[in-house]
Design a protein around this ligand. Sequence first.
Ligand code: ZN
Ligand code: ZN
Ligand code: FE
Length: 745
Amino acid sequence: MIVRRSVRITGTVQGVGFRPFVHREASELGLVGTVRNDSDGVLVDVSGDECAVACFEERLATRPPPLARVLSVRSTPVSPPAEFSFDGGFVIVTSDGSAAPNAAVSVDAATCDACVAEILDPADRRHRYPFTNCTNCGPRYTIVRSVPYDRAATTMAGFAMCPPCRSEYDDPTDRRFHAQPNACPDCGPSLRWSGDVVGGEALTHAVDALRSGAVVAIKGLGGFHLAVDATDERAVATLRQRKSRDDKPFAVMVADLDVAATMCHLDGDAVAALSSSVRPVVLAPRRNGCAVADGVAPGLPDLGLMLPYTPLHHLLAREVDRPLVLTSGNVSDEPIAHLDDDATARLAPLVDGVLGHDRPIHIRCDDSVVRATGVRTQVLRRSRGYAPQPIPLPVSSTAHVLAVGAEMKSTVSVAKEGLVVASHHIGDLEHLANYEAFLQAVEHLADLHGVVPEVVACDLHPEYLSTKFAHDLSLPIVEVQHHHAHVAACMVEHGETGPVVALAFDGLGYGTDGTIWGGEVLVADLVGFERAAHLRPVAMPGGVAAIREPWRMAAVWAGGAAVGDVVDGSVVEAVLGVAASAHAPMTTSVGRLFDAVGALLCGRTHITYEGQAAIELEALARSAQLPSPGLEGTVAFVDGVLDPTPLVHALVRDRDAGVDRGALAAGFHAELGRGAADAASRVAVSSGIDTVVLTGGVFQNVVLTEVIESALLERGHRVLVHEQLTPNDGSISIGQAAVAAARSQ
Ligand code: ZN
Ligand code: ZN
Ligand code: FE
């Protein structure tokens, strides 16, 4: 029987080769009709044998092209024409340009195998051409200036396609049909070495420089990287010194999975993450004798590895033939450079050469970071390759929402019609250039997704620049408590509306009582929350100084004598005096507790990057075979207060008695985790809720997460942990958007 149907496909289905895919499948099944892009995605009109049409519809949903993200396939019957014929065949109708911004812009995707094969083939016209791409791969988000997504709206607008490229672009059966950034050596962008050497020769110069130990700036997909030979101790040291970066680990790019496997222990998840089209930095345990310089990740058991994700990276990795440090092109914590003039000016003093090119980057986008924990793969920074992939919200609301995030690890989000779209990683807003990037991101994201904000969601913290920005918009405001936003983000990830019990363990977040929270047990749904319990509040002497100098928190938790041998006694006395005064800020932060114990057990009295003491403490715990005995029952939970003071004192006692510090660090994780799980479980039982959410930056700690998760599972609770959305402040804007959507339902 002949039937005819109208099929609507929504999601990320434009600019990803979806129409050629539909054309191929329909033709193969002997169907006739049309396929077109429109404002809502892709629309198919299909006629033919009933069984073939059913098979066709199934293929649309189950085997879309690699970069497509199908959200829905809806089919409605249309009355077939009186006389059916196969004469017209199946036709791709080119868009009329009216595609309004409802169809998602695709993410930047790693070079596909077919394109890699071309650049490595001396007989191919794209041999060694660093800007090769097709509908299955290449730049998207970083080059899009506006929508609808076509070449004129990208930073490729200034390059006119040559006849061979144009015919690929126009051929519905070609891999480059409507590949907007399509280019070749004759018509596309070209490399530059330090301004004057152009093309393949520029690449050769950069390769030679890297092989001889130079520091080279390389313009990538979302910004400039600084690169050195990762096996060259002197080159790595030079990079650290020029970048003013003391200890923070560097990521390393290697040519392929085989090389990666010689450097780190990789399980199936790690391999999948490394070779995915996102191509994030993957943190994995390094092998003994791993061939990188000690200065790459000093003292840490994990190494951040990444595979090449642009043709330029593939060529460099092969031709240099050594692992390369690839770190963001900036000084210290400034934003990554992405504009040519800015990069040349800022990076020139740091490097021995610049490998640039003339394809502009519109939106700077840092590399994403995931951690392969052995239990799960957890996204720590959701940026290049993830942004701007829409995420379904567990609530539908008609309101258009703008959510401006927190202050550190800033992202912004927009939401409408049951979807939220988060920006790339923007960074810490206190840097002026980052704040400017924040303003650009707000405008760009709203434009790309056709969001005209009716509600703005922000943090409760009155001093955050994002909060101030939100209040200046003269729109209705939804203020979302920081940890409620963390919990909401985890609920979004798992499609939950609550209520849930949540452990929100974090660095800092402004509480409803004006103190600094970060060790909360909340009972929450998307609309609101109650604070059911919390860590024992302590003073944070010196405010931000207490973050930079973990010994201060150690003195508060353990007493002055415990830090007396590493910090001058009179300084300790003075700081404890400040702590005892009525003006000292109070905090329940678990992040600061980790700092304290990191200072006590690792001697990390001062930090050079965020979270350093806690990261080193976790590493120390992982080095132990077993947790130290004799610490059991030292974390009390009484009247809604979780108090690890006896645990901290026991750690100091055993440390001074010469007990192995690794075992003590493991014991700290085990006992704190047991106490926290007990607190959450008791709150869950008394409130009749079985689901427990683990969220906040502290849950980047794999050891602690494992202890708490297994203790809660043992007690029969359901546990929700972050995987795709980071547990740190990068997810705050997503949580804020969900709360605002839930409240405006
Ligand atoms: Zn490709
Ligand atoms: Zn060309
Ligand atoms: Fe936070």
